[in-house]
Design a protein around this ligand. Structure first.
Ligand code: GLA
Length: 392
């Protein structure tokens, strides 16, 4: 009896400690970067038990399951039907990025984003708006005033105008926005050589705050996300945490973090993912997995810690065989992500794949090498990894 009471006291005590851990940047020792593997389920058995429920049904009580979509995917009747059957949320892959939706100061180019939003409306799907301000996809005119560079104030006003106009067009139809994408290298004194960008050089990191304030003003009901990659790198994650915590304390309206989650088949650490979700949830942020894929090639732990997949030259010599072993390792990664997110429903408010299926996927295009990073194959048939996440 005494032993039981002691265990209970210890459990409560440890729970309190771990809840408090994330009031500031966590102890590095607690997030050692090792990769764990969970036991591999017998895929054949899993498949036999599966009732081939669409993903959106399987996750109905948890969170929206999304996919990024390109215009050709939803223009094709068969693929569009498949996407609407399986997924309950979409993210326009490129159509809302500033460079494309706002190519000239007085010209908005709505067609691609409209097509995606209309598709979602017709099929009872949610839309994640992606992304209002991303340094890599700003149009050149944004920084110019005639032949001169624009003043800081002018650029700030353009942020206000751009954010308000795009959000207003889709008010009530887009439930959350990646207001700012990939600004990590601009947070204060980043440890790595900054990938300098005009928006940072000309305004400094204030652009981030300005965009969130403008977004909240434009649609007080939309959830506002900061989206980035490389949360699997502890230093980077901790800096993002520290930065967002400080901004929230200043009153900047940030509602959630988007973890892009471009993973590799080498695996992810379940405890670490859990810690990351707990950490951001502890400061009142929703967490979403926003661009999930599990490449069949290992991901580099690269020096800048920005979580990119191996580059084309680095994987050129690797086999592109989608072996049973790779399929199992890949299934383990999906299993960890979805299991942890299910456990954390309420704090985790969405999981989005960066492609609905392996066909025409961006990893294959980017690396010029076959990849099989998603849940359905080229023929839109469920793969082993799909069965790992629908049977629970
Ligand atoms: C980042 C962006 C996405 C997409 C991918 C492709 O993750 O957030 O919109 O462009 O890169 O590399």
């Amino acid at each position: 009896m005494k032993l039981i009471v002691l265990c209970l006291v210890m459990t409560v005590f440890c729970g309190v400690i771990s809840l408090n851990t994330w009031t500031d940047v966590p102890n590095q020792a607690s997030v050692a970067h090792e990769y764990s593997k969970t036991p591999v389920a017998d895929n054949a058995a899993a498949r036999a038990n599966a009732d081939d429920k669409p993903l959106r049904e399987a996750y109905r009580d948890y969170f929206p399951i999304g996919t990024a979509v390109s215009p050709s995917m939803i223009a094709d009747a068969k693929r569009a039907k498949f996407i609407a059957t399986q997924y309950s949320s979409i993210t326009p892959m490129n159509g809302m990025k500033a460079k494309y939706i706002h190519p000239e100061e007085k010209t908005y180019s709505w067609a691609e984003a409209d097509q995606a939003v209309d598709f979602a409306q017709k099929n009872n799907m949610k839309v994640r708006g992606h992304t209002l301000i991303w340094f890599q996809k700003m149009p050149d005119w944004f920084f110019m005033d005639g032949n001169d560079y624009a003043s800081k104030e002018k650029i700030m006003q353009r942020i206000d105008e751009h954010v308000a106009t795009v959000i207003n067009r889709y008010k009530g139809k887009v439930y959350c926005w990646d207001v700012v994408n990939e600004a990590y290298q601009f947070f204060g004194s980043a440890p790595v050589t900054p990938k300098r960008a005009k928006i940072y050089d000309m305004i400094g990191s204030e652009y981030i705050e300005r965009a969130f304030i403008a977004a909240r003003k434009a649609d007080p009901s939309a959830k506002l996300f900061y989206n980035d990659n490389g949360f699997e790198e502890p230093d980077r994650r901790n800096r993002i945490f520290k930065y967002l915590k400080a901004k929230k304390e200043m009153g900047i309206p940030i509602d959630g973090i988007g973890m892009q989650s471009h993973y590799g088949v080498e695996g992810i650490n379940e405890g670490y993912l859990q810690e990351t979700i707990d950490m951001f949830a502890s400061i009142g942020l929703d967490v979403q997995v926003t661009e999930l894929d599990v490449s069949i090639y290992p991901k580099r732990e690269n020096k800048v810690g920005n979580g990119r997949v191996l580059e084309a030259t680095e994987i050129a010599g690797l086999s592109d065989q989608y072996t049973k072993e790779i399929q199992q390792d890949q299934g383990d990664v999906f299993d960890i992500v979805f299991r942890t997110c299910r456990k954390m429903r309420g704090n985790v408010t969405g999981v989005t794949m960066w492609s609905p299926y392996d066909k025409d996927n961006y990893l294959t295009e980017m690396l010029n090498k076959k990849n099989y990073a998603y849940l359905f194959n080229e023929n839109l048939t469920p793969k082993a990894c799909y069965y790992r996440i629908v049977n629970f």
